[in-house]
Structures are given as C-alpha cells and as structure tokens.
Design a protein around this ligand. Structure first.
Ligand code: TYM
Length: 330
C-alpha cells in the first residue's frame, strides 16, 4: 500500500478551504492507502498563541478532524509535538537546506509581510519542519491544497540532495492536489485565498459555522455586475469561486452548473451554494458535538496515534543519524 501523509495547523478552526482542499480528500483516501494525518501544533507556534486557548483549540481541532470523517482505526492521527523525531529531523534537514531556497517561499514572504513584528526564525524554517514531517514517514503522496505545492517541491529537493550524499534514505514524495477545491478563495476578496487568519469574518466559512451564519456569509459574498453564471477566473473571480465551492460540494461539473442556473440571478445561485454547504457540513457539526463531550475518547485517540507514529518515525530518524555519522548510543 502506498503511504500518505498530510497535516493542518491548529491555528484557528477548520475552514471550508481546509475541508475542500485537503480533509475531504483525506477521508476519501483512507480506505485505499496507508494514511497518516498529523495536527501540526509545532508549526502553529510560528505565530504567537495564547497557551490556554491554544490547548483547547488543539482538542477541538482533533474533534473536527474526526467529525469530518477521518477514522482513527483506519489512519494514524496524532499531534506533531508528541513525536519528537519531527523536531529532531527538522534540525538535521536545516543543515541541508539553503537560506536562498527558504527566502523564495511565497508563504514565508506573505507571512513576513503580515506579521512584521514577529518574523521569527521558526517562520523562516517552517518548510524544513514540514519536510521532516513528510520524509520521516517515507511518504509517497501528500494530499494538500494548491498553496502547499511549493513546500512539497522544496521537500523533494532536500530529499534528493540528502539521498545523493548518503544513498537512498528518503522516499521522494509527490503532491496530490484535487481537481476541484484545491484553491478556495475569500468570499470578500475573491482574488485572495480563503484563510482562517483573515480579519474579516465574512471572508471565510468555518466547518462549524451555524446554518444561519453560512447563509448570511454567502449572501454577502462579493460577485460582479454581469449577472451571468459562468466560469471565468480572471473576469469573474467571485462567481468562479462560488462555482468551485458548489462543484466540490455536489460533484457537479462547471457546465452542469452553468446549465442549472441559466437565466437565474446571483441571489438564487448564492442561496443554492449556501444550501449545498449547509447540508454538506451538517453531519460534521453534529458529530463534532458528540466528540467534544467525550474527552476520554479523544485522549485514547491521541495516545494511540502518538504510539504508532513514534514507532515509524524513530526508525527513519535512526537511519538518518547512522548515515550522517552520529555515534550510536552504546
Ligand atoms: P494549513 O493548516 O494552512 O492548511 C491545511 C490544508 O488545507 C489546505 N488549504 C486550502 N485548500 C484550498 N483552498 C484554501 N483556501 C485552503 N486553505 C488551506 C492547505 O493546502 C493544506 O493542505 N504547511 C501546512 C501544514 C503542514 C503539512 C505538513 C501539510 C505541515 N506539515 C506536511 C502536508 C504535509 C499548512 O500550513 O496547512
């Protein structure tokens, strides 16, 4: 079986972008592949977190993962900070990654622009920790949204560089990006990615938003004045984004959607998109409530996932230490 690894930062609630770009596909892949899904809490520390709120959010994030349909019996689901090999391999890989490469990462450049008062070294080496995540598990495929493609390319470059020096240690991973939903845009500024760190709450949908709120946010979504529903990312980014969301939620093609809404106004279309999202997310919200009421169960998932992940990760780390010439503990 091929190995899959992916993760998300618990730096807010799960957004519709996270769900359609990544988690929905993880659920589809869990029967066919050997899957490992990580909550990358160490990555989230690159921006300042309030300790108590952060811990609560991490539990909630796990419950959201499970509520979205990730099955802890079929996959390994765990917190990054529980497996120390991530941080250890990241250090090693730091020594095989160039400052020049990291300076070219668009996510770093964006985040540095946004967090001017806290451009810490972790923000800069963030992609190296991500490379360690992926390479520790000899991953074949990394299912992610479009925005993570560059980080996976860097991961491949570092892995190839290391293998050329020391022989085949790492598997060279590939990004696995869905055809629809890989880039969900802000509802308010549809040329910008939908992001949970946006100050404008109307720009994103959270998986746990109430039906009323989802309807309101879609009604406020920015469109254009042409009043025709057709796909054209350049000229009609708002409508194209709504079509993308509708397509990802319903499985319908753009042609089918254009036909379905021919001659109808934007109001009717927005309402249909909102309804599709509300219905699609309803079971997640319900499951989430049940899960959050059962902390004991969440804790058992956390424990079991960490044990299984540690087992695999420590083997790779040992192999790496050996190859680069560190003295084995006698
Ligand atoms: P993060 O936490 O920003 O996002 C988690 C996943 O959601 C996808 N995503 C989107 N997809 C479509 N449209 C959007 N608007 C949108 N916003 C987010 C992301 O592409 C991602 O797949 N660096 C990663 C976390 C990470 C990771 C890893 C991923 C750390 N280590 C190892 C894969 C493998 C990140 O910040 O994702």
């Amino acid at each position: 079986k091929k190995r899959i690894f992916s993760g998300a930062q618990p730096s807010g609630s799960v957004t519709l972008g996270n769900y359609l770009g990544a988690i929905k596909n993880w659920v589809k892949l869990q029967d066919e592949y050997d899957c490992i899904y990580c909550i990358v809490d160490l990555h989230a520390l690159t921006v300042r977190q309030d300790p108590a709120a952060f811990r609560e959010r991490c539990y909630s994030f796990l419950a959201q993962y499970l509520a979205c349909g990730l099955d802890p019996e079929k996959n390994i689901i765990y917190f990054q900070s529980h497996v120390s090999a991530h941080a250890e391999l990241a250090w090693i890989l730091n020594c095989y990654t160039y400052v020049g490469e990291l300076s070219r990462m668009t996510q770093f450049k964006e985040k540095a622009r946004k967090h001017r008062d806290n451009i810490n070294a972790g923000l800069f080496t963030y992609p190296v920790l991500m490379a360690a995540d992926i390479l520790l598990f000899k991953t074949d495929l990394v299912p992610v949204g479009e925005d993570q493609k560059q980080h996976i390319e860097l991961t491949r470059d570092v892995a190839v560089r290391f293998n050329n020096l020391y022989g085949e240690v790492f598997k060279i991973p590939e990004a696995y990006i869905p055809k629809v939903g890989a880039r969900i845009m802000s509802l308010q500024e549809p040329t910008k990615k939908m992001s949970k760190s946006d100050e404008n709450e109307n720009s994103y949908i959270l998986v746990l938003d109430s039906p009323d709120l989802i309807m309101r946010k879609f009604k406020k979504a920015v469109t254009d004045s042409e009043a025709v529903i057709r796909y054209d990312e350049k000229a009609k980014p708002g409508i194209s984004n709504l079509m993308n969301i509708y397509a990802a939620m319903t499985g319908r093609s753009f042609e089918e959607i254009e036909k379905e809404f021919e001659g109808q106004g934007y109001g009717a279309f927005k309402k249909a998109v909102a309804e599709a999202v509300i219905e699609g997310l309803r079971p997640i919200r319900e499951k989430y409530r049940e899960l959050m009421a059962d902390k004991g169960y969440l804790e058992s998932v956390i424990k079991c996932g960490a044990t299984r992940a540690k087992d695999i990760a420590s083997q790779t780390l040992k192999e790496v230490y050996d190859k680069i010439g560190l003295v084995p503990l006698p």
